[in-house]
Design a protein around this ligand. Structure first.
Ligand code: FES
Length: 97
């Protein structure tokens, strides 16, 4: 499993990407529990073992591939996915408005 990285193409558009075994997933950086950004430190979006996305505010854990909260105060809710395409090695964020 790879790492995670913040993507902030605009001041009002806060995203992050996580590398998976099969590609890359991108989510809006907003926790479905209380709406905070998930990370306190730059590019720190995963738990210690890198198996889940981790909200550092109240501890929710999310499945990396689906964005579904599997533990914590928003269990069953989802991070908002952002569709992406990879064009000539560059990410193109189709759904980021
Ligand atoms: S804001 Fe993310 S778990 Fe509460």
């Amino acid at each position: 499993m790879g790492g995670a990285r913040a993507l902030n193409p605009r001041d009002d558009l806060r995203l992050f990407a996580v590398r998976t075994a099969t590609g890359v997933v991108v989510y809006r950086n907003r926790c479905p529990h209380a709406g905070f950004e998930l990370n306190w430190l730059p590019d720190r979006f995963l738990d210690r073992d890198g198996r889940h996305i981790h909200c550092q505010v109240h501890g929710a854990l999310f499945d990396i591939a689906t964005g579904r909260c599997v533990a914590g105060p928003c269990a069953g809710k989802h991070l908002e996915p952002v569709p992406l395409r990879i064009l000539d090695g560059d990410l193109s964020l189709d759904g980021a408005h």
